[in-house]
Design a protein around this ligand. Structure first.
Ligand code: SF4
Length: 322
């Protein structure tokens, strides 16, 4: 059973989830089924019957219910159209990611003890960031699909999320609540063992080897299953490379599509066998899709089509949405 905990600052993972962690069996270093891909899939990767091995992100992000999007990207090498979500996600991840990294690396001063000081730091950073990326911010207005998608609202939520983030980090550093142990992510590029059938480069946003945790920064409307699955994929990749266990996933989630101003949230969960199995099944079915001669059919559920980067491709192929 998946354990999801809001905020990693209030739990001691190794103690709180001892039972769940002791039940994990599907470790990435195991070279056999179900962790390893089948010999057919391995051979298809080696002989390039599928154009390239899939990354953790490609496997876990399932926007199209029938996975036409994966087929178009990988098998037909299509780029797809620009979408609001892609632009906003890139901007949020860059701005908040830099903030978190700078704080971890002590590039940001730890002297901002008051709210006005924190606000001042963030506003200055944001102004500079917007200035350097004027074109991307202008695209938000162009591709917005809701009234709240414009650049000014997006700037406001980015600013508030960053203030919240920096303020809570200041609190952590001030309280020294075991933060030394928690606050040094190891930036790394993972090269998983071949038996996992994953691409050679996978880059989680955070790895905390001493906490046995791996994490990613995500944006969107709400926390989704694929955010957790991404961490499961990274955990398996890390385990296959290092032969050491990863037990926990951390998703730093920033809501970009809400009408109310909201803050980033941090979720902590056990990467248990249920989640690992789900990732491995998705991996297998993704490869099966790519081995087909033709793209998968249009899905019955078309609710995700309006925000899909392949909308125009599918419309050219007969997709109709009301
Ligand atoms: S537009 Fe719809 S049918 Fe086409 S790939 Fe995207 S989600 Fe799938």
């Amino acid at each position: 059973m998946l354990q999801l905990h809001y905020s990693w600052n209030v739990v001691e993972p190794a103690l709180n989830f001892k039972t769940e962690v002791s039940g994990i069996e599907l470790r990435g270093w195991l070279p056999d089924n179900p962790v390893a891909v089948s010999p057919e899939i391995l051979s298809a990767i080696r002989t390039k019957k599928v154009p390239k091995p899939l990354s953790v992100g490609m496997i876990s992000f399932q926007h199209c219910p029938t996975r036409r999007d994966l087929y178009f990207s990988v098998k037909e090498s299509r780029e797809g159209d620009q979408t609001w979500g892609r632009i906003a996600g890139r901007l949020a991840e860059r701005f908040l990611g830099n903030l978190v990294a700078d704080r971890f690396n002590r590039k940001l001063s730890s002297r901002q003890k008051s709210y006005p000081a924190v606000r001042g730091v963030i506003e200055r950073r944001l102004r500079k960031f917007i200035n350097e990326r004027k074109d991307d911010f202008a695209l938000l207005d162009k591709y917005k699909t809701t009234a709240v998608g414009n650049r000014s609202f997006f700037g406001t939520i980015l600013c508030n999320a960053a203030i919240h983030e920096l303020a809570s980090q200041e609190l952590d550093f001030t309280l020294r609540a075991a933060t030394e142990r928690r606050s040094q992510p190891k930036e790394t590029e993972l090269t998983p063992a071949e038996h996992l059938g994953l691409s050679k480069k996978n880059t989680p946003d955070f790895i905390f080897p001493s906490l046995r945790a791996v994490g990613d920064m995500k944006t969107g409307r709400e926390l989704e299953e694929y955010h957790l699955l991404t961490c499961a994929g990274y955990a398996l990749a890390y385990e296959s490379q290092e032969k050491k266990p990863i037990d926990f996933g951390i998703v730093y989630f920033f809501p970009t599509q809400r009408s109310a101003v909201s803050f980033a949230q941090v979720y902590l969960f056990v990467i248990d066998d249920q989640l690992r199995r789900r990732f491995l099944l998705l991996r297998n079915s993704a490869y099966t899709t790519l081995l087909e001669k033709n793209a998968p059919p249009l899905p019955e559920d078309k609710s995700r089509c309006p925000t899909c980067k392949f909308l125009s491709v599918c419309q050219d192929q007969g997709l109709k949405i009301t």
